[in-house]
Design a protein around this ligand. Structure first.
Ligand code: GMT
Length: 379
């Protein structure tokens, strides 16, 4: 099958999922065309079945906002015609499903019918999409998609509560590729990060408000009062400066390492003992799953799709949003004892394997087959 994938190319869950999915599809023999404004961060182009088409938005001084959706839909039309694409898979309703719908309509004028699968990732629904300024367009583009998938049961339910959705939403969870984690990294540099006897706690995100970065620091501060430890903060974003300030105020800066964005999160996770994800909302929590496949237990909030990934008392613990004291106490209960920590590590790994790409990829392929059969439905 020839598939065009539209996604955000930046660091962040949806871009990672779209890219890894595209790579896996290419490895299965499909021809995959990424259409976006920059090469996705995890995309390696050393594969005969992978193509990348950059969307250029020419700057024009008259425009306060440059029309990205217009450029994207035009690029999609050109790419779909030039490469004879069978199917369009857009990740994110905003603005990708909207631009995809426009491309579909333009192609239909020329007698070309390409089905569109839209995958909802969370922010496009729970944070931005439901805003009254966007809601009609988001609702329209979801309903005009041939098939809609969501990355968790929780996101599906939220979408159905917020929008009036005509058709069924298929839940296809996010995934990891367990074969990438079978070997231990030879350059696992734990010693560079922490002293002998210190536990390593990690947080990875884009440091947006929704991640509750101050909670990460405050939970760690409480852990530190009980157990010698280091906190590794991976990522960049609007809350980073505040996080550094809180560390200074609490006098724990020497124990907190800010690493910035990284393409090597598996190397960082391979020497981590615990992952903190106290988010306000999280449609899935891919970062938690990536921690778990690296044998890192998770202390998280009990919100959105996180409980579908992190099993309370088994792979880590779930607490109410902002329950800093409980999160810290749970963290200490895992970290204080080598045997308990090892049990949680093994549980996390075992649970994460349920989300292996070999189980998830056929679900997408089924959806594609179905969309191809139904391609004239919305024409
Ligand atoms: O919140 C992020 O870190 C980025 C965001 C995105 O839009 O890429 O992630 C969303 O999609 C991920 C992949 O499906 C999910 O794992 C995240 O939970 C989800 N973020 C939110 O719902 C806030």
């Amino acid at each position: 099958m020839k598939i065009a994938i539209v996604c955000y190319p930046t660091f962040g869950g949806s871009g990672v999922v779209a890219t890894e999915l595209g790579i896996a599809l290419a490895n299965r023999g499909h021809e995959v065309h990424f259409v976006t404004y920059r090469q996705p961060v995890r995309l390696e182009l050393l594969n005969n079945n992978i193509f990348f088409h950059e969307v250029h938005v020419p700057e024009y001084p008259l425009f306060h906002y440059q029309p990205y959706e217009l450029a994207l839909s035009s690029k999609l039309v050109d790419t779909i015609k030039l490469y004879d694409i069978d199917l369009l898979h857009v990740h994110y309703a905003i603005p990708h499903a909207y631009a995809g719908y426009m491309a579909k309509k333009m192609l239909e004028e020329e007698g070309i019918f390409v089905p569109m699968v839209t995958t909802l990732h969370g922010t496009d629904i729970t944070l931005v999409g439901k805003h009254p300024f966007y809601k009609p367009a988001v609702s329209f583009s979801i309903n005009q998609s041939d098939i809609v998938t969501s990355v968790s049961e929780s996101l599906k339910q939220q979408t159905l509560e917020i929008f009036e959705i005509k058709d069924k939403i298929e839940v296809i969870p996010n995934f990891i590729d367990e074969r990438k984690y079978g070997v231990s990294f030879t350059d696992c540099q734990r010693a560079n990060m922490a002293k002998e006897g210190e536990r390593i706690v990690t947080h990875i995100s884009n440091f947006r408000k929704v991640k509750r970065i101050p909670d990460v620091i405050m939970v760690f501060d409480k852990i530190l009062k009980e157990i010698p430890a280091k906190l590794i903060m991976v990522g960049e974003g609007p809350e980073k400066e505040k996080a550094e300030r809180i560390c200074e105020e609490l006098g724990i800066s020497a124990n907190v390492i800010f690493l910035g964005n990284s393409n090597e999160i598996d190397k960082i996770l391979c020497f981590s003992d615990l992952f903190l994800l106290p988010s306000e909302t999280e449609s899935f929590g891919l970062a938690a799953l990536e921690a778990m496949i690296n044998k890192v237990p998770v202390i998280s909030s009990n919100t959105g799709g996180i409980p579908e990934v992190n099993v309370d008392g088994v792979t880590g613990y779930l607490s109410g949003i902002g329950e800093i004291g409980e999160m810290a106490a749970n963290a200490v209960s895992i970290l204080k004892d080598d045997l308990i920590l090892e049990k949680f590590k093994q549980n996390a790994f075992k649970e994460a394997r349920k989300f292996d790409i070999l189980k998830v990829l056929p679900l997408y392929e089924e959806v594609y087959e179905k969309a191809l059969k139904e391609r004239f439905k919305n024409a």
